[in-house]
Design a binder for this molecule. Sequence first.
Ligand SMILES: Cc1ncc(COP(=O)(O)O)c(C=O)c1O
Length: 366
Amino acid sequence: MAIQLRPTVAEIRLSAVRKNLQKLRRTAAPARVLFVVKANAYGHGAVQLARLAEREGLAWGFGVSSVEEGLALRESGIISPVLVLGSLYPFESFVEAINADLMVTIASLDAARQVSQAAHRLGKKAVCHIKLETGMGRIGARKPSVLRIYDELSSSDAVSVAGVYTHLSSADTDAEYTAEQLGFFKETAAELRARGARGLTFHAANSCAAINVPESRWDMVRCGIAAYGLAAGYEPAMTLKTSVVFIKNVREGAFISYNKSFRADRPLKVATIPAGYGDGYIRRFSSKADVLIGGRRCRVLGNVTMDMTMVDVTGVRDVAVGDEVVLLGRQGSAEITAQELADIAGTITYEVVTLVSSRVPRVFVE
Ligand SMILES: Cc1ncc(COP(=O)(O)O)c(C=O)c1O
């Protein structure tokens, strides 16, 4: 590993991820858990968490968004089932996916033909999950097309149709719409069974549905956010932390940061921390977010800059260069939650953690 001197790190607690996955497994059983580790496990480190889950049998397999993400898992030695949840384009991607034994999502007749041809050429089996559109409006085929895709794929001896799935758009906000989506899914499943389809894995639930909507669980649930502890009753796995690198006293009237974005209305003690929007600590947090130092909340002063942020440490006794700063997570009994940061930024917890940039080392701790 390259030398790491800068103290800004994202600490990932493996014990939290383990507990969360165990809880999801218990909740979803007998449905299996597909651990969604796309986008570097929502910023938490896909390879390390997939290794943990595989080693300890915490998940049946992994969900990724692209062939590239699937290949990264395979290259790191992951042998469990991996489902590429995104639409594969260009169609040459099928070759890479089949060669690496990645299961692919098929959402069009065109893709069905292409995957079958690719598998024939390679002399290998392509394992496919057909995606049904029930109201997410992203990728997916409507019921009549799904039936045609199923017929096309199941007529090919180079293809195995392993599953059929859909994605719920509003499991956390709209129970009625979710029920409607699940209704469409059930209808399609019944029609497929009526055509003699057997042994398919049906799946629809994301974390929220898996936890709160038992009838969404079917044969498998696809969970990301709860595994990272960002669902009620689950334990957050990420702590974003750094250290104080500079301290100064400023007089009343002094300006802090770009564009004079903060003006001291009294004498203050100000600490500079080496984290900014280049680390995913976004500019929306300027003058609004707090960090934890010495177990106390300290307000960000003025604009967050690319690499550094200034905070008010006037109330922190004996504050010194080198003191730990928590930007997200717990310090003693105090906590900055992802939800708090998401609310400040007008976004969702998914984005807060996923945005922690690649220059922030992930440090895995028990
Ligand atoms: C197709 C699909 N399934 C499952 C998930 C996991 O969702 P969550 O993180 O809410 O559990 C996602 C994530 O957005 C997804 O795109």
